[in-house]
Write a protein that binds this ligand. Sequence first.
Ligand SMILES: NC(=O)c1ccc[n+]([C@@H]2O[C@H](COP(=O)([O-])OP(=O)(O)OC[C@H]3O[C@@H](n4cnc5c(N)ncnc54)[C@H](O)[C@@H]3O)[C@@H](O)[C@H]2O)c1
Length: 324
Amino acid sequence: MIRVGVVGYGTIGQIHCDALGNVPGCELAVVADLDPARRTQAQKDFGVEVANDIEEMLQTTDVDLVDICVPTYLHEQVMVKAMEANKHIFCEKPLARTLEEGRRLVNLSAGYSQKIGIGHVVRFTPAYMGIRQSVEQGEIGQAGVVRTFRGGSQFPEGWQDWFANFDLSGGVILDLAIHDLDLCRWLFGDVQRVYAKTSRGRTTAHLEHAMIVLRFKSGVIAHVEGSWTNFKGEFYTTMEVAGTNGLISYDSRTTNPIITMAVPEESMQVGAVAANPYVLELQDIVQAIGDDRPPLVSVQDAFGTLQVALAALESTRTGQVIEL
Ligand SMILES: NC(=O)c1ccc[n+]([C@@H]2O[C@H](COP(=O)([O-])OP(=O)(O)OC[C@H]3O[C@@H](n4cnc5c(N)ncnc54)[C@H](O)[C@@H]3O)[C@@H](O)[C@H]2O)c1
């Protein structure tokens, strides 16, 4: 039985703790959080041991897998501590806040003997898995143009409002739109150039909208939109992939599973069963440990996505197209 220690019991830490209950072969052993109220809550919710931080957690409790759910700017330092203790690691996306932090983690992980998986959860989302399968099977011919949107809900409430501090969170591009940047990389491969615009700096930090244009080495062009501009709205995502023979169209509010329309008039639904992607991503790391295989999203792979997101940020700052 793999004993898991979750570090950070905020929005996503709580979701992971719930999800772990549905992952065979593991058990939640301990939750660490700096906030005493969160520790009390974790004890009440799961009846597990609690600790202040990763140091105390590693001193007091025997864990095999450290699940890192602290704010983005702390990912590197917590991951390094887990590596020093030679633990298996699962870390929330994005890999890190900066390129330097990401690069250090890539270097450290290169010779690391334990497993490290990164939480790019879109790759575990059945609807997107279905889209990928459709594209790979050539159901729409050669993919050419992609449009995605992610948003619709209110600004995320974080510990000490860290999402509103660009230096800590990287804003809507690094926190939210990165899901679709990762998705597009997973579907269409390496990115060649990036151009991006954001409303950041023109309104409050709690109101940010970003548009990113990507050109892939494969020739695919994508327009990715991420938004923190809705108040108490319904969170939703959309994706369209236009190809030479048809269109894949997905809207999380109305279509699940995905509608695939082949040209000229054929229309069909491809399978996307209801499954919790947070359970699936944690199941992947637990199985990777048991089977001694790499997890689906490696540090190196997540670094590739981080590079694209940070190139988009660079483009918003300079107004230039960034070549990767
Ligand atoms: N994959 C997803 O769908 C998804 C969704 C939300 C957040 N995230 C990612 O998860 C991470 C956390 O986001 P969140 O929304 O849960 O943030 P949050 O602010 O809700 O929670 C962070 C928690 O970490 C605790 N904390 C802070 N520093 C700590 C430390 N040194 N040791 C122990 N605990 C500490 C805080 O007290 C808080 O409870 C971010 O990187 C974010 O990008 C991913």
